[in-house]
Design a protein around this ligand. Structure first.
Ligand code: IMP
Ligand code: MG
Length: 184
């Protein structure tokens, strides 16, 4: 596997997160807002989006892992780290990196809803078009992208590439080997 075409540049990501942050600031003014990021993928979105929110916010993190192949979700989610505190009566905004099948967010939404937050909404940087197995209502969405496997800006392939400041398409295959004799 290798890094393919850059889909969304670092500049485009920051510009969009600034817009989303401004919208969130307007929507939650005067409310007790708790941002909940889903580790590991959403760590960069959380860091950058939260800096564009001009409100006194509280941050918390959940770590989940979905069983399945490297590039596909099974829908079975395991909570590796739960929230530190209760969320009842608080305005909770889930911060995600990407919505693919929607199964992870559907699970999370149900899991958090029973804890009786005052409100529960979702912000995601990316959403894949046409692939949602379950419909997830996303309040704040950064970019809709084609249904390719992408890496960077928190998104990984087998644990790597999360540190890329941009989002790129993951390409199949190795770099072409040089000096391979043809027809020898
Ligand atoms: P879903 O449950 O199918 O919506 O998938 C959600 C999770 O799968 C995301 O939070 C990511 O961790 C991972 N994921 C989905 N699509 C991609 C991708 O294109 N690249 C990297 N990770 C992905
Ligand atoms: Mg994730």
């Amino acid at each position: 596997m290798r890094i393919g075409r850059v889909l969304i540049s670092a500049e485009q990501i920051q510009a969009r997160l600034a817009e989303m942050g401004a919208q969130i600031t307007a929507d939650y003014r005067g409310k007790d807002l708790l941002l909940v990021a889903v580790l590991k993928g959403a760590f960069m979105v959380m860091a950058d989006l939260s800096r564009h929110i001009a409100l006194p916010v509280d941050l918390d993190f959940m770590a989940v892992s979905s069983y399945g192949e490297a590039t596909r979700t099974s829908g079975v989610v395991r909570i590796l780290k739960d929230l530190d505190r209760e969320i009842s009566g608080r305005h909770v905004l889930i911060v995600e990196d990407i919505v693919d099948s929607g199964l992870t967010l559907q699970y999370l939404r149900r899991n958090l809803e029973v804890r009786r937050p005052a409100s529960l909404e979702i912000a995601t940087l990316l959403s894949k078009s046409g692939l949602q197995v379950v419909p997830v209502s996303v309040r704040y969405m950064g970019f809709e992208i084609p249904p390719d496997f992408v890496i960077g800006y928190g998104l990984d392939y087998l644990g790597q590439y999360r540190n890329l400041p941009y989002v790129a398409v993951m390409e199949e295959g190795e770099e072409p080997a040089e000096g391979t004799p043809s027809g020898a």
